[in-house]
Design a binder for this molecule. Structure first.
Ligand code: PLP
Length: 490
């Protein structure tokens, strides 16, 4: 029997030089033209949406050039807001050009990060040290047993951290979660987080079988920070009820208002009651590089696990989340499972632990290259300056609001986030009228294509939430945003 199959991929491999030059031009055109496009350019006309959703699978494959033409004409013109410097939406930003390029190199190699000694695995260990250093996670010992695990995002990193916390708490209580599961009527493990915690924390608790009935929502102070005294009271109450306090989730840069929970006090409480401390720093985990936030985040060196999201403030292309763990042995105990068809990590001199023994995922792409490149391009001072710039812009916007009769701050300016609303001078409007007015202002700004500032709610009030994360943001953007709010309010 003979086989005459020849894949068209063979032709493309041979023609790769020409094809990549074509793609390079499309990418460069996009990056050049993007600032002049409407900020939200994501939605194609209805006819094109229908066409894209119903392309029939042809009997014979398309040529590489036809595929690229289709993508160039019908996909590339439609870009979501975060790819634009005047998008202040959510906690999302544009990828660093060097990371886009590095990611292309990573996919060319296709070296997964699971379980092999290869160049990317070693680079990941450098990156891990860098992330520990940038976030202040490194302690006086240099955190020799620490490790960074790269995942799909902040939600996945929180899940990984809170899973290891569950393993650790069960072990502390004298039982093994991997064998028993949650089936043996043990005293319930209790998790604690502030009411401002990201929704993924609740999802994690649900997925882990802890259950929302065992997630305590801890009261906050006026600045939306967890109240340590309320945490202590909740722990005491649970102990008195025979339950098993296990883990506290603190935020450094909560999603809505960028609050920073009082880490030092919370770390003291965790030490006193022997609880796991996980910090969700998906957004603000590296804010301590800004001298204005260094003291507030000093206790990062005391936390057990920390979520960072390089695809947020570090301008890494989607996707890359990171979990930093202080004692990777616990991750190994929780996750390691090495069947016959896999090998355990090598023990040769210079070999490094293989990520898949420390996390749930097995095969996944090399998220290290693009993340390493984004940080390498800036250096430590460059990352700091970028963080300081974004925080300063938030502060400037806060000052402009403070000096205006027609603008009102809805939460304290924190990290690079400002929550505010327009309150017309003159006839006083009810809260619901103000909500409608500010929603309309947001919608009108989005429709104008000049900026993108969706709303959230702060204590029930509709808020224009501006989050500065883009590497090109500057003071002119702040004044432009304020002028847009006034123009559309009129
Ligand atoms: C504080 C915080 N934690 C977790 C997440 C979830 O991260 P991801 O969307 O990457 O899963 C976010 C997302 O905005 C966040 O702001």
């Amino acid at each position: 029997m003979s086989s005459s199959f020849k894949s068209p991929h063979v032709d493309d491999r041979r023609d790769f030089g020409r094809l990549i030059r074509r793609v390079g031009e499309v990418m460069a055109k996009h990056l050049t033209e993007r600032p002049d496009m409407p900020v939200d350019s994501s939605l194609p006309p209805m006819e094109l949406r229908r066409e894209l959703a119903s392309i029939p699978l042809a009997k014979n494959g398309m040529t590489a050039d036809d595929i690229l033409s289709l993508l160039e004409d019908k996909v590339m013109p439609w870009s979501m807001p975060p790819n634009h410097p005047r998008s202040y939406a959510w906690v999302n930003t544009s990828p660093a050009p060097i990371s886009i390029l590095s990611d292309a190199l990573a996919t060319t190699l296709n070296n997964g990060l699971a379980d092999y000694d290869h160049s990317g695995t070693y680079l990941m260990y450098s990156l891990g040290r860098w992330l520990m250093e940038l976030s202040g996670f490194v302690d006086a010992t240099g955190t020799p047993n620490g490790m960074a695990i790269l995942l799909g995002g902040g939600s996945a990193a929180n899940l990984n951290g809170l899973t290891v916390a569950r393993y650790w708490a069960a072990k502390r209580d004298g039982w093994g979660i991997r064998v028993e599961g949650l089936q043996n009527n043990r005293p319930a493990l209790i998790y604690y987080a502030s009411a401002e915690a990201h929704s993924s924390v609740q999802k994690c608790v649900e997925q882990l079988g802890i259950g929302t009935a065992n997630l305590r929502s801890i009261e906050m102070d006026a600045a939306f920070r967890m109240r340590p005294e309320a945490l202590r009271e909740a722990i005491e109450k649970d102990l008195a009820a025979g339950l098993s306090p296990a883990c506290v989730v603190a935020a450094v840069g909560s999603t809505n208002v960028a609050a920073i929970d009082p880490l030092d006090d919370i770390a003291d409480i965790c030490e006193e009651y022997n609880l796991w401390l996980h910090v969700d720093g998906a957004y603000g985990g590296i804010v301590g590089l800004d001298p204005a936030y260094t003291e507030m985040t000093r206790a990062m060196s005391r936390v057990n696990s920390l979520t960072l999201d390089p695809h947020k403030w570090l301008q890494v292309p989607l996707d890359c989340g990171a979990l930093l763990v202080r004692d990777r042995q616990l991750n190994h105990e929780n996750y390691a499972l090495i069947p016959d068809y896999l090998r355990p990590a090598g023990t040769d001199e210079g070999s490094v632990p293989w990520p898949s023994e420390y996390m749930f995922e097995l095969t996944f792409g090399d998220r290290a290259l693009k993340t390493w490149a984004a940080i390498a391009r800036l250096g430590r001072d460059g990352v700091r300056d970028m963080i300081v710039n974004c925080n300063n812009l938030a502060r400037i916007l806060g000052e402009v609001i403070g000096e205006s009769d027609d603008l009102e701050l809805l939460s304290p300016v924190s990290v690079s986030t400002v929550n505010f609303r327009h309150v017309p001078v003159g006839p006083s409007l009810s809260e619901s009228e103000l909500n409608i007015l500010n929603q309309n202002i947001s919608d009108a700004i989005v429709d104008s294509g000049e900026a993108h500032i969706p709303t959230t709610k702060v204590r029930g009030a509709v808020s224009l939430r501006a989050c500065f994360l883009h590497y090109e943001n500057c003071e002119e953007d702040v004044h432009h945003l304020v002028s847009l709010v006034r123009r559309f309010a009129d």
